[in-house]
Write a protein that binds this ligand. Structure first.
Ligand code: ADP
Length: 168
């Protein structure tokens, strides 16, 4: 069974097979974790993203990692929180699940996720953490032996504490 872990830190520094980017539908860069990943990966990442024709909410696309320690970047788009009655939970779950589907297709064994949608997209952190952990556990149950480690990389204390409690 894949190990689920949590750390407080910067996703761009993670030495894993793939890191996940919480991108926007254009895939042409943004602020937050997206900006940090593009800065660390270098301009090759934006060139690669230009060829992907964007990404719908809940879907995922993959590029190489360029200057990052990670071999791949999986770009996914989480939902913008509009109060919770617009299938935000389903879209967030899809973002995690489809990232993992792509990871397995590329033989990724270790993967790091940021806390998708919990920055400027405004998804409540407690709800998002539960969805993230449940979705990863469901994927692992359905794909035994495919993943070694799924690491949740939390940038803030609040998210760290939420994941830490869920994974205990
Ligand atoms: P979204 O638009 O999906 O909300 P954000 O980038 O605004 O995306 O925020 C997603 C999460 O990523 C937030 O919890 C934010 O604190 C976190 N974050 C920002 N920079 C980094 C980083 N370098 N490494 C890991 N997480 C980060």
């Amino acid at each position: 069974m894949a190990k689920l872990s949590v750390i407080k830190g910067d996703i761009t520094l993670q030495e894993v097979d793939a890191i996940v980017n919480a991108a926007n539908t254009s895939l042409l860069g943004g602020g937050g974790v997206d900006g940090a990943i593009h800065l660390a990966a270098g301009p090759g990442l934006l060139d690669a993203c230009r060829k992907l024709n964007g990404c719908a909410t809940g879907e995922a696309k993959i590029t190489e990692g360029f200057r990052l320690p990670a071999e791949y970047v999986i770009h996914t788009v989480g939902p913008i929180w509009h109060g919770g009655n617009n299938q935000e939970g389903q879209f967030l779950s899809n973002a995690y699940y489809n990232s993992l589907v792509l990871a397995v297709r590329y033989n990724v064994h270790t993967i790091a996720f940021p806390n998708i949608s919990t920055g400027v997209y405004g998804f409540p952190k407690d709800k998002a953490a539960k969805i993230a952990v449940e979705t990863v556990q469901r994927f692992n149950g359905e794909h035994p032996g495919k993943l070694e480690e799924v690491r949740f990389v939390c940038f803030d204390e609040e998210n760290y504490n939420l994941y830490d409690a869920l994974l205990k």
